[in-house]
Write a protein that binds this ligand. Structure first.
Ligand SMILES: NC(=O)c1ccc[n+]([C@@H]2O[C@H](COP(=O)([O-])OP(=O)(O)OC[C@H]3O[C@@H](n4cnc5c(N)ncnc54)[C@H](O)[C@@H]3O)[C@@H](O)[C@H]2O)c1
Ligand SMILES: [Zn+2]
Length: 385
């Protein structure tokens, strides 16, 4: 049978800029990132909770684009939208945004600038990827987790049919701008959440980074600026290294290293009806997979203990009542494994730990051992309490 084959190269430079006060008139980071010979329309979406805690931000954004309007005309003042997980749980925000962008004649060469947490960035990313099959997206993440992790990569996601991120696309942003100043209004709980993704990254990729987090744990708990900036920067760098290396950016391969701890995390978020945040669920998911790695004889007990202790020192609760929910005489959380298997296309491939920074892939988990890991966390929480 005749076949025509051509290889299409898709090269993309991921750029994450670090700055403070991105909308100060003298700050050229955004303009430099979007250097344009001809004017490009700009539409800004701003997370409501941030706009409320930082009322001057709207004015700053309007002023910034008034000063820089020639190459970057703002088509309307920033649109306030409600973020958080609820934004991902229905298609309402997606359709609202699509119709607003369409009404303002946003085209493929225009910029959608999304300012908010990981959930809002996921929705905006989906909208940017689908309108005209792709308008230019600039992410300005405003949580620790999105600056260190979720705001940097190619993915976006919406929750539907009782599953996390079951709808979504792979579409890289044109630029990401990490403004540490925007984290100032973040509640302590959300400041902490990003630390879980940093511990995950350190566990699967970088033992030195893990040791750095251990050393800085007291400062991180106190949300010390220097320590937080350092952890965000290193985690962002490791994410980009991973994607730009052989990190399988479109996740076509069998193993997704950065999903360590996530099969359980996504299920825990869903079981708690999102009372437990993504970062908090990731901390518990890591704990389950660490105990499993130890029980499977892969990871020594001392190292497993170090990881659990670090998560606790950072302020994470490694147990949630929802973990004991049962269905047909087994823990409901275990169905997260089946859901993850389906997400991977039928064959389960999970990273577990041999050591900090060293993973091993397994294709099955023993449900009895996972159940024991959950009970161990229950017991540990009891002792801690
Ligand atoms: N696309 C990806 O690759 C990827 C990767 C990891 C996680 N995620 C997703 O990211 C989401 C979690 O992101 P998150 O941890 O940023 O949570 P989030 O977006 O839910 O934000 C947490 C809370 O902080 C508020 N908020 C955001 N910025 C604020 C600020 N500066 N000041 C005050 N309040 C602020 C939000 O309204 C929300 O209530 C999850 O939906 C997760 O699935 C996506
Ligand atoms: Zn995550």
């Amino acid at each position: 049978m005749p076949v025509i084959r051509r290889t299409i190269q898709v090269a993309w430079q991921l750029r994450v800029f670090f700055t403070e006060n991105v909308f100060a008139p003298e700050n050229s980071t955004l303009c430099d990132a979007l250097t344009e010979a001809m004017p490009r329309k700009v539409f800004v979406v701003l997370e409501d909770s941030l706009a409320q805690s930082l009322p001057e931000l709207e004015h700053q954004i309007n002023h910034y684009f008034a000063v820089h309007a020639k190459p970057l005309p703002l088509v309307r003042p920033p649109l306030f939208v409600v973020g958080g997980e609820a934004a991902k749980n229905s298609l309402t925000l997606v359709t609202d945004l699509l119709s607003q962008l369409h009404r303002h004649h946003i085209d493929r060469h225009s910029y959608l600038i999304a300012i908010g947490g990981g959930a809002l960035l996921d929705v905006a990313g989906f909208v940017a990827a689908t309108l005209h099959r792709g308008v230019r997206l600039v992410r300005i993440p405003t949580t620790t987790l999105s600056q260190a992790d979720s705001g940097l990569g190619l993915k976006n996601g919406l929750n539907a049919f009782g599953h996390k991120n079951i709808i979504g696309t792979f579409a890289p942003p044109c630029a990401v701008i990490n403004d540490f100043q925007l984290l100032a209004t973040l509640p302590a709980r959300d400041k902490r959440c990003g630390y879980a993704e940093a511990v995950k990254m350190a566990c699967v990729r970088d033992a030195n980074f893990f040791a750095d987090i251990e050393r800085d744990a007291s400062q991180l708990v106190a949300f010390d600026r220097v320590a937080m900036k350092k952890i965000i920067h290193r985690c962002a760098e490791l994410n980009l290294d991973y994607l730009a290396g052989n990190g399988d950016p479109f996740e076509t391969g069998p193993v997704h290293l950065l999903d360590f701890g996530h099969w359980a995390a996504h299920k825990i978020e869903q079981l708690s009806r999102f009372r437990i945040t993504h970062g908090e669920a990731v901390a518990i998911g890591i704990a389950i997979d660490v105990i499993y790695s130890r029980e499977a004889g892969l990871l020594n007990a001392g190292t497993a203990g170090r990881i659990l202790t670090l998560l606790e020192r950072l302020g994470f609760n490694l147990f949630a009542d929802e973990l004991l929910n049962t269905e047909a005489h087994q823990l409901t959380v275990l169905s997260g494994l089946e859901e993850y298997r389906e997400h991977l296309g039928g064959q389960l491939s999970l990273p577990l730990l041999r050591d900090i920074g060293r993973t091993v892939t397994v294709h099955d988990l023993d449900l009895v051992m996972v159940t024991k890991a959950v009970h161990e966390l229950h017991q540990r929480a009891g002792k801690a309490g």
